[in-house]
Design a protein around this ligand. Structure first.
Ligand code: GLY
Length: 386
């Protein structure tokens, strides 16, 4: 039997102000990682920072591919989970990398989801004042969002992602076949970020997702794989375009925070214990921001209705009512307070009676509104407290 020759990957380019780099996207691409990276990186030495569970499942494929292409690697493993994005873990990784004797031409390879990507990218950005790094994302969320665009960092006691920097990778290699081993709940959470691109930038893509999203997520087989590839490609193209226009989030990149203001507040109130995944919070937050948009920008209520219907159809939450029974403080006052402290909300105006929100003017068109009245936000939250 002849081994199947994988088709050439799709290549997208991120043209960020600080660096241009490829996103390679293709099924079974992990086994071509070595070949792809050869010639792109300054030396054959790699430091792989991997999610322990991912390495167990897919490490051999990556290792074989790298070794066959002449790379040598040192492996550091960490479990996934927000608590991994800490000073303590950062310190242990940096010390281990230095003790191993990395040099400035050693490339850090991030192999895992968003937590590992953010952490490994931050390690790369400060080790020896900066070494190259490559992202090999293994969750849908990391494939469509966090691996592209160069945000790296760890969490602080004061909040999520408050310590870090923008450092673009040298390449992003996406193999959607790795999603076969991703739990469905995680896959859905990543899908919320996919829906976001339709809402903020591409009405046609949103329509396509309404038609095809559920089957891409639920089924196996060639058609589902092709749909999954398409939705990842579209998402990465939107992300690349936005990052190309605004690498450091002084303008359009803020649109990517659509749904995140309430989403982050809920995650923070619930304590990052897995009760609510990031993408689930984003799904709830996107419905909330659509309702605010209807009140403030004249977004037709039908857009919010379509959004609710689509999220429900795929199995994502549209409100936080089901979480009210938890022991977390989801009172209006606490959520308003947390939204006021969210870095992404630019919400320093909190004390002036307003909050910043990314809103929709219409389906596929977003804008940052910095003076959303707190009273209106409180009123919308009250509706979910019933
Ligand atoms: N995840 C949002 C951003 O990269 O800007």
């Amino acid at each position: 039997m002849h081994p199947t020759v994988p088709p050439s990957p799709i290549t997208l380019t991120v043209e960020a102000a600080s660096r241009s780099y490829p996103i390679w996207l293709g099924s079974q691409l992990l086994s071509q990682a070595g070949e792809r990276l050869k010639g792109l990186l300054p030396s054959a030495k790699l430091l792989i920072i991997a999610d322990t569970a991912v390495w167990e499942m897919h490490g051999e494929t990556l290792a074989n591919s790298l070794t066959a292409a002449g790379f040598t690697y040192h492996l550091l493993q960490q479990p996934a989970g927000e608590s991994t994005k800490s000073f303590a873990v950062l310190e242990s990784l940096l010390e281990a990398a230095l003790a191993h004797g990395i040099d400035r031409k050693t490339t850090v390879v991030a192999f895992g989801g968003g937590v590992i990507g953010d952490l490994a990218g931050f390690c790369a950005s400060i080790l020896l004042r900066g070494v190259p790094f490559v992202q090999i994302p293994t969750t849908l969320l990391a494939m469509v969002d966090s691996s592209v665009g160069g945000k790296t960092g760890i969490n602080s006691r004061q909040g999520k992602n408050l310590i870090g920097c923008f450092t673009q990778p040298h390449a992003v290699l996406i193999d959607p076949s790795l999603l076969a081993t991703l739990p469905q709940r995680q896959r859905l959470a990543g899908y919320a970020e996919v829906v976001k691109y339709g809402l903020i930038a591409d009405a046609d893509f949103f329509g396509w997702l309404e038609e095809n999203g559920a089957s891409a997520l639920a089924s196996e087989g060639e058609q589902a794989a092709a749909a999954m590839l398409h939705l990842i490609q579209q998402s990465c193209a939107h992300k690349a375009s936005i990052v190309g226009r605004d690498e450091q989030e002084s303008g359009d990149r803020a649109w990517l925070n659509f749904g995140h203001t309430l989403g982050h507040a809920l995650e923070s109130a619930l304590g990052y214990r897995g009760t609510l995944l990031h993408g689930e919070g984003v799904a709830i937050g996107m419905v909330f921001a659509s309702d605010l948009s209807t009140a403030l920008t004249g977004l037709p209520a039908s857009v919010g209705a379509r959004l609710r219907q689509h999220l429900q159809a795929v199995g994502l939450p549209t409100s936080y009512q089901h979480l009210l029974a938890s022991d977390a403080d989801l009172s209006v006052a606490n959520l308003l307070n947390l939204m006021g402290h969210d870095k992404k909300a630019e919400a320093k105006q909190h004390h002036q009676g307003t909050l910043s929100f990314v809103l929709l003017d219409q389906l596929g068109q977003a804008r940052l509104k910095k003076d959303v009245p707190l009273a209106l936000v409180a009123q919308q939250l009250e509706k979910q407290q019933a």
